[in-house]
Each structure stands twice: as structure tokens, then as C-alpha cells.
Design a protein around this ligand. Structure first.
Ligand SMILES: C[S@@+](CC[C@H](N)C(=O)[O-])C[C@H]1O[C@@H](n2cnc3c(N)ncnc32)[C@H](O)[C@@H]1O
Length: 275
């Protein structure tokens, strides 16, 4: 199920069959307003559909993330674009109460569901959810032992800015983990996946979570035009992460990218003069 490829910064090799547009030049409307409204409109059905459409495999991807980008006892974890807090809760289970977890998202409706889940799990004292934009995180620089984002980076209006923010708030030596959908490269799985993703998923999604933003058409479109594999590794390396490794999950349907913020890199707070 899982294959990993360690890489060094700027290593080139595998090239995506169809090159996606440069990050930040998306042809899809990813304005903050549209993305926030879209997730608000599907928030109540989001978990149900996630688990149904992935046959529950998404849970194993998140728990794999907490094992690979493992929390260090005592150091806080930040989960960006936390949505209904599934990865924040997975980190809470992995920490056994030894680290504080913060989840951040700019969609209040998703956070409302997340808070309800924290309450049910008895995790409110250990996990806090804050409303905030991943492109301007409302948290200090150089703070978190792990900064994660699951299925969120692709939705940002400005991918590069989002990556820079993940790196800014990680402690020097800390880990940045990006879990994202990717395109299976195998011939058969690749074709089946494309057919399911383009033809079946939008119909099921729209039927079970009706919304005016065609959220389940947006999903395949945004995945297919987003950098994955080597292209994503190159992008993360170009922004300054080192010791990058990618883990291909479930035949490449999703990929986990993990990198380290160099010990020598201290980030200025966005309001600090850089001189
Ligand atoms: C596909 S959901 C993923 C939720 C969760 N991480 C998971 O694993 O299920 C994407 C989330 O990213 C959030 N999001 C998108 N753009 C954002 C931004 N600029 N700032 C903060 N959150 C954002 C959305 O509100 C949504 O909750």
C-alpha cells in the first residue's frame, strides 16, 4: 500500500505525464470566498462523504501521517486546513496527551463540526481549534514540532504562500507534512481512478451533499491540475525544506510529503522587518 521515495533538494527525475500549471496560476476559481463558501455548504456531510468515497482508507492515511511525521513529546503540533479536525484528532491520539495540538481553518462551519468531535472524544483540553487563513496563520513563527496539512494545500489561492507559512511556523528542525491527493501512475489503476474521479464521484457527491459550488466537480479538477510527486517535492525543496521524502499511498491515490525545516532557519514574523 505504501511506497516511499527519499529525495534531496532539487533532485529531478520522474516528470508528471501532464505538467500542471505553475503553482498560483490555477485556472479554477480558488478565491478565498468561493472556497470558504463551498466547504461551508458541505460541512455537515463532509466526514460521511470522505469516509464513503475513500472506503474509509482516508483514516489510515491520516494515522500513517502521524507515524511518519511523529510528534515529539512536549512540542506542539499545528494542523492547518484542519476542517472537521480528523488529522488534529489523529495527532492527539498519537501524542497520548504529551503535546498540545492546534487546528486552524478559515471555514467556521467546518470548525463547528470539528469542535463537536473534540467534545465527543473528550479532547477539548488538549486540542484547540482556531479560525484563520493558512496564507496568514495567526500563530507565532518557529513554534511547532510538526506542522501538517491534509487535503488542504491544493485549495489555497496561493500555494507558495501557504507553503511558506507552514515553514514559518515550524520550529527549526521541525517537520512539515503535506498529505494530498495525487494521480496514480499505474496504467489500469490510473485509468480506473480517472474514470471514477471525473464521472462517478461528482455525481455521488452532488447527490449526497447538494451544493451550489459543485464541490465534487471542483475536487477532481483541483487534484488533476495540482503538482504531485516530484513536482511537489521540487516545490517544497525550493521553499527551503530539506530531507524530503514522499510516500505513495494506496497505489498513488494520495501522497504524503514530509520535509524538515533546517535547524539554521529562523523565520521572521510576517510583521517583522526583514532588512
Ligand atoms: C478538503 S478539506 C480537508 C479537511 C481536513 N484536513 C481533512 O483531512 O479532512 C480542506 C479544508 O481546507 C480549508 N481551507 C481551504 N483554504 C483555506 C485557507 N486559505 N485557510 C484556511 N483553511 C482553508 C477548508 O475550509 C477545508 O476545511
Amino acid at each position: 500500500m505504501i511506497a516511499s521515495t527519499p529525495v534531496g533538494p532539487n533532485r529531478t527525475g520522474e516528470t508528471a505525464a501532464v505538467l500542471p500549471p505553475a503553482p498560483g496560476s490555477s485556472a479554477i476559481d480558488k478565491s478565498d470566498r468561493r472556497v470558504r463558501r463551498m466547504f461551508a455548504s458541505i460541512a455537515r456531510r463532509y466526514d460521511f462523504l470522505n469516509h464513503l468515497l475513500s472506503l474509509n482508507i482516508d483514516r489510515s492515511w491520516r494515522s500513517f501521517t502521524t507515524r511518519v511525521a511523529a510528534p515529539e513529546p512536549g512540542l506542539p503540533v499545528l494542523d492547518c486546513c484542519t476542517g472537521t479536525a480528523d488529522l488534529a484528532l489523529a495527532y492527539d491520539r498519537a501524542c497520548h496527551g504529551r503535546s498540545r495540538i492546534v487546528g486552524a481553518d478559515f471555514c467556521r462551519e467546518m470548525l463547528v463540526i470539528g469542535r463537536e468531535k473534540l467534545r465527543r472524544a473528550g479532547a477539548q483540553g488538549r486540542v484547540s481549534l482556531v479560525e484563520g487563513d493558512a496564507q496568514r496563520l495567526p500563530v507565532p513563527s518557529d513554534t511547532f514540532g510538526v506542522v501538517s496539512v491534509a487535503f488542504g494545500l491544493r485549495n489555497l489561492r496561493d500555494t507558495v504562500r501557504g507553503i511558506d507559512e507552514l515553514i514559518r511556523v515550524a520550529r527549526p528542525g521541525g517537520k512539515v507534512a503535506v498529505l494530498e491527493f495525487s494521480r496514480p501512475r499505474g496504467r489500469l489503476l490510473g485509468r480506473l481512478y480517472l474514470a471514477f474521479f471525473r464521472q462517478v464521484l461528482p455525481r455521488i457527491g452532488q447527490a449526497l451533499a447538494p451544493n451550489e459550488d459543485a464541490a465534487y466537480e471542483y475536487l477532481p479538477r483541483s487534484v488533476l491540475e495540482f503538482p504531485d510527486g516530484q513536482a511537489m517535492l521540487d516545490l517544497l525543496a525550493a521553499r527551503g525544506l530539506t530531507a524530503l521524502t514522499q510516500y505513495s499511498l494506496t497505489g498513488g491515490i494520495a501522497t504524503l510529503y514530509v520535509g524538515t525545516k533546517p535547524v539554521s532557519a529562523r523565520s521572521p514574523h510576517p510583521s517583522e522587518p526583514t532588512s
